[in-house]
Design a protein around this ligand. Structure first.
Ligand code: SAM
Length: 270
C-alpha cells in the first residue's frame, strides 16, 4: 500500500530491496519515519515510528486516535473550491496559527496535497511556506489513510531527534534508518527537511550510533546515496548498492540514475 502523504525521499519504490536486507525481530524502529513506506509494507508485531517533524507526528497520532472520523473531517478540504490559490494561502495561514491539533493535522494533509510538489518547507521562524501547487484535481488519499489508521494500532509515534530514538532501542528491535540523503554534488542540496538541515556531522553521528547499537546486539539497516562519503562512514557495515530511476534535479528536468546504498550493521554475535 502506498503512503498517503507525498514525501521527499519516500521509499515506496525501494521497499522490496530494503525488506530483503531486514532481519526478523519483535519491533521495527524507524528514527526517520517520513511517509512510513516501510512500516506500511512490512509485518512486524510492533513499531516505534519517530521523526523530528512535529506536524507529521501530530497528523499520524490524530489519524490513529480518530480514524474514520478524522478522515471524514479532511474530506472538506478536497473540493474544487479549496483548490484555488487564494484559499490555499488563507488555509496556510490558518495552519500556521491554529493550536487545535485536529485542525492542524487536517490542514497539514491539505497542504501536502495542494502545495507545490508535495514539498514540506518552513521559513526561519518555523512557519510553513510552500507555495500553491496548481494541481488540476488533488487526490484525496482516503483508502491509503484508512489502511494507515488500521496498521497504526500496532505503532507508537513520537516526535524525536534520531539520537533519542536510537537510545531508546532494546534487544529484539530492528532499526531502519532513512536519514535525509547526502548531496550527490555540492550544488544539489537535499538536506532541507523540517527546520534545520542534516549535515555531514549528523550523518557521521548516525553511522557511529548504528555501529554502537549493533555492538549491543541490535541490527541497524541504513539507506543513503552511494557516494565516496557514505562508503567511508558505513565502512564497517555490509554494503549493497543498486541503481534507481529518480528525479535528481530540483527542477525535475534531468531524470538521472542515482545509486542507492544499503548498509547493514549486523548484530554482534550473529
Ligand atoms: C528521507 S526522509 C524519510 C523517508 C521515509 N523513509 C519514507 O519512506 O517516506 C527523512 C526524514 O528525516 C526526518 N528528519 C530530519 N532530521 C531529523 C533528525 N535530526 N531526527 C529525526 N528525524 C529527522 C525528516 O523530517 C524526514 O521525514
Amino acid at each position: 500500500m502506498k503512503p498517503f502523504l507525498k514525501w521527499a525521499g519516500g521509499k515506496y519504490r525501494l521497499v522490496e530491496r530494503i525488506k530483503d536486507q531486514l532481519p526478523p525481530g519483535r519491533r521495527l524502529v524507524e528514527p526517520f519515519a517520513g511517509s512510513g513506506a516501510l512500516f506500511l509494507n512490512t509485518d512486524y508485531p510492533s513499531y516505534l515510528l519517530c521523526d523530528s517533524n512535529a506536524d507529521l507526528i501530530n497528523l499520524y497520532r490524530i489519524l490513529k486516535e480518530e480514524g474514520d472520523h478524522f478522515i471524514e473531517h479532511c474530506r472538506r478540504y478536497f473540493t474544487p473550491a479549496a483548490n484555488r490559490a487564494e484559499i490555499y494561502y488563507r488555509l496556510r495561514d490558518r495552519f500556521n496559527e491554529t493550536e487545535n491539533r485536529i485542525e492542524k493535522a487536517a490542514l497539514f494533509l491539505y497542504l501536502n496535497r495542494h502545495g507545490y510538489n508535495g514539498l514540506c518547507r518552513y521559513n526561519a521562524s518555523g512557519a510553513f511556506n510552500t507555495p500553491f501547487g496548481k494541481y488540476k484535481k488533488p487526490y484525496f488519499p482516503e483508502k491509503e489513510m484508512r489502511y494507515f489508521a488500521q496498521r497504526a494500532r500496532r505503532a507508537i509515534f513520537a516526535c524525536r531527534d534520531f539520537r533519542e530514538t536510537m537510545a531508546a532501542t532494546r534487544p529484539g528491535d530492528i532499526v531502519y534508518c532513512d536519514p535525509p540523503y547526502v548531496p550527490l554534488s555540492s550544488t544539489a542540496n537535499f538536506t532541507e527537511y523540517s527546520s534545520g538541515g542534516f549535515g555531514p556531522g549528523e550523518q557521521r553521528a548516525l553511522a557511529k550510533l548504528a555501529g554502537e547499537l549493533a555492538g549491543r546486539g541490535i541490527p541497524v539497516l541504513l539507506s543513503n546515496h552511494d557516494t565516496a562519503f557514505t562508503r567511508q562512514i558505513y565502512r564497517s557495515a555490509h554494503l549493497t548498492s543498486f541503481k534507481v530511476r529518480r528525479f535528481i534535479s530540483c527542477r525535475g528536468e534531468s531524470r538521472g540514475r542515482a545509486a542507492e546504498l544499503l548498509a547493514l550493521f549486523k548484530a554482534a554475535g550473529h
